[in-house]
Design a protein around this ligand. Sequence first.
Ligand SMILES: C[S@@+](CC[C@H](N)C(=O)[O-])C[C@H]1O[C@@H](n2cnc3c(N)ncnc32)[C@H](O)[C@@H]1O
Length: 363
Amino acid sequence: MSHAPLTNRPESDDDVAAQAAARHTPVLLRRCLDLLAPAIEEAPAEPVMIDCTLGMGGHTEGALRRFPRLRVIGIDRDSQAIALASARLAPFGDRFTAVRATYDEVEAVAHRFSQDGEGTVDAVLMDLGVSSLQLDDVERGFSYARPAPLDMRMDQSQGMTAQELLDGAEPGELVRILRAYGEERFAPRIVEAIVRRRSAGHPVSSTQELAELVRQAVPAATRRTGGHPAKRTFQALRIAVNAELDVLERAVPRALNSLRVGGRLVVESYQSLEDRIVKQAIAAGTRASVPDDLPFVPEGAGAYLQALTHGAERADEAELAANPRSAPVRLRAAVRLRPADQAPAAEPKPLTTTRRRQGRKTR
Ligand SMILES: C[S@@+](CC[C@H](N)C(=O)[O-])C[C@H]1O[C@@H](n2cnc3c(N)ncnc32)[C@H](O)[C@@H]1O
């Protein structure tokens, strides 16, 4: 996704939509649609896809253009994304419906819009993380590059802001957040500096102040490598503020259970913590649920998913050149082999911090 900053804010939704469409390139669009195509083109009823991360509607628009019979239900928790994508996709009429929700509500959405009488759909797409719309909107506080209030909520109508988290959390909890969600090895030093400011009565109160505090807290020798030193802290706070990993852990099994037999899931992750959750959920469905030493697989205990990607796919040179935002992407996909009422994907117990930090490498 190329994202030039929004300047000269346009006034109408249509202007916003047009500008967004022009500046946003969906990541691995053709590959996502190729992977979903068999499920959509061979759907037994009117094909339905749920785009769990509507954003600016780039993937959805690509799908609506490529598959003329397709209906897309677009979920987003961000009201601005819903408004903008709805304006952009209005020309598709009732082939597109926006739903403001978090994507762990995907099963209920599938039930509501299913065309097959089973409460299932043909395809589910998840393009995780923040959109360039959110990153570019300075006031949202996602970017360390420009001064703004420390908000970072994707849904600004509810929940704790990053400012409230920084002001109120115990130091140990802040260290845990920076380590677990940002893989920040200098978490204790950064938190010490945050708490020192808090105790002195002038807490960090903007993105710029936080970015500068982090820069000063980390050893000088490490400032020259790996991008801005505040990058990991900002990622960690954003993940915590939006409970991103907890929601994703619930959402992937629910997305899998929303698919008919032959239905397909595609997920694009942008950091290893997300990708590991996706990898584990897919791996759990591609194995028979029997002990390794059992010589046969009893009926009903076989795999209920087949992986469609070998490990995680990455962006190739051409995609990287056209769309720098694709650099960290890891794409995984699977097809449903058996109905969810026979083999429901299990929602895993929440991962502990330690487990999240281990096994960082995913393929
Ligand atoms: C990377 S963007 C998607 C971009 C989109 N594929 C496109 O082409 O325009 C991710 C979107 O997912 C939304 N999102 C993130 N977490 C969510 C959640 N738990 N539930 C619903 N939407 C979520 C964000 O608000 C953001 O708009």
